[in-house]
Write a protein that binds this ligand. Structure first.
Ligand code: B16
Ligand code: MG
Length: 214
């Protein structure tokens, strides 16, 4: 069986379903501004994509000043923070803690590679920080996914060569980032979402180490 030295997890949409809260916050902003925005568009264009790139998609070519763009990103972030502040460890995927414990018991390092600047807030609300040997988030790198940087940075935090890392992602932009980093990629979600994933599972819930490495 293939055994990586580190498993690097995306956060939103992999270990917890904050991707739905991101959608609701963007939808609130879109409604404020009279812009149509659907769940399908969110899945296809915003999943795993950074805040600025998401706003650019949402505006659909509307001319908006830099100041207005900053205000809109702040407003979306306020809506998002309002939604996540009630989160508790109950919102970790079913079996998530057991999986992380199993991975570490097997001598494999664990790290986070999230595009989100809210990553630490969410990890703390979920009481997940202690299960990770390294954390890379939206503050760690300049170029977000699909650039490989956040995964390469995460591998550095646990001192494991990228070629010995397995990356886990729910977004196609994230799978692109993992492959560009030279890692093995596990996609979480429907098969048709991913172009380059080495393996795909519909969910990470109730999975064991053996299921993800097979
Ligand atoms: P923020 P991940 C990503 O996190 C989210 O999937 C994406 O929807 C969000 O726009 C992005 O973080 C930036 O988040 O506005 O909180 O900085 O999936 O890479 O963990
Ligand atoms: Mg994600």
């Amino acid at each position: 069986m293939y055994k990586p030295q580190a498993i690097i997890f995306d956060l939103d949409g992999v270990l917890t379903d904050t991707s739905e809260y991101h959608y609701q916050a963007w939808k609130h902003l879109a409604d404020d501004e009279g812009i149509s925005f659907t769940h399908e568009e969110n899945d296809a264009h915003l999943r795993g994509v950074g805040r600025r790139e998401s706003l650019t998609y949402l505006l659909k070519g509307r001319a908006v000043s830099a100041t207005q763009q900053t205000e809109m990103m702040e407003r979306k972030n306020r809506y998002y923070n309002d939604l996540i502040k009630q989160m508790t460890p109950n919102e970790i995927i079913d079996g998530g803690i057991q999986l992380l414990q199993e991975i570490r018991a097997a001598g494999i390092k664990t790290a986070i590679a999230s595009a989100s600047k809210n990553c630490m807030i969410v990890l703390e609300l979920l009481d997940l920080v202690r299960y990770f040997d390294g954390i890379a988030d939206g503050y760690s790198v300049v170029h977000g996914k699909p650039a490989p940087d956040v995964f390469v940075y995460a591998a550095g935090t646990v001192r494991v060569p990228v070629s010995a890392c397995l990356g886990v992602e729910d977004a196609d932009a994230g799978i692109e980032a993992i492959k560009a980093a030279g890692m093995i990629a596990l996609g979480i979600g429907p098969r048709e979402r991913f172009q380059q994933a080495d393996k795909v599972l519909p969910t990470l819930a109730r999975q064991h180490l053996q299921d993800i490495l097979d």
